[in-house]
Design a protein around this ligand. Structure first.
Ligand SMILES: [Cu+2]
Length: 140
C-alpha cells in the first residue's frame, strides 16, 4: 500500500515539478520525412508562452535558415518559424521560449525532406510557364 501511495505521489508531483509548459507537437513532426522542404515550421506548446527565444533551423547545407520566429497572434501556444530555401536532407530545429512561469525552455526537433525547397520553386516556375503557355490563344 505504501508503495502504491508512493507511486501516486510521484505521478501527482511530476507535472508540478515540470511546472512550465512543454512542446506538444511540431509540424513537420520530429523525425518525419516530408516530400518537399517546408516554408515554415510550427511548434505548438501545451500552454501559452510569453515570447520566443533563440530559434534556429539548420538546413542540409549547414546554412542557418530560420526567419522571423514569432508567436502566432491568434494562438499564444504556437511558435511559427519561417524556413529559408535549402536542398534535400535533414533540417535541424533548435527552439527556445520563455514559459508563463518565466523559465526559458529549450529543445530540438528535426525532420528530413526528400526534395529541397529550391527544387520546388524551379518546378513551380516550370508549371506556371506551362499553364501560361496553354492559356495563350493559338496564333492564327
Ligand atoms: Cu518552469
Amino acid at each position: 500500500m505504501r508503495f502504491i501511495v508512493g507511486l501516486l505521489a510521484v505521478a501527482l508531483l511530476a507535472p508540478v515539478a515540470a511546472g512550465h509548459t512543454g512542446l506538444s507537437s511540431a509540424r513537420p513532426p520530429d523525425g518525419a520525412v516530408v516530400g518537399i522542404a517546408p516554408e515554415r515550421v510550427v511548434l505548438t506548446f501545451a500552454q501559452p508562452f510569453v515570447r520566443a527565444g533563440d530559434v534556429s533551423v539548420t538546413g542540409p547545407s549547414g546554412a542557418e535558415l530560420a526567419a522571423e520566429p514569432r508567436q502566432d497572434p491568434r494562438d499564444a501556444r504556437r511558435l511559427i518559424v519561417g524556413v529559408g530555401p535549402d536542398g534535400a536532407g535533414v533540417y535541424d530545429v533548435g527552439w527556445s521560449i520563455v514559459a508563463a512561469d518565466g523559465h526559458e525552455i529549450t529543445g530540438t526537433t528535426s525532420f528530413r525532406a526528400r526534395r529541397g525547397s529550391v527544387a520546388r520553386s524551379t518546378e513551380a516556375i516550370r508549371r506556371a510557364l506551362a499553364d501560361a503557355a496553354s492559356a495563350m490563344p493559338a496564333s492564327t
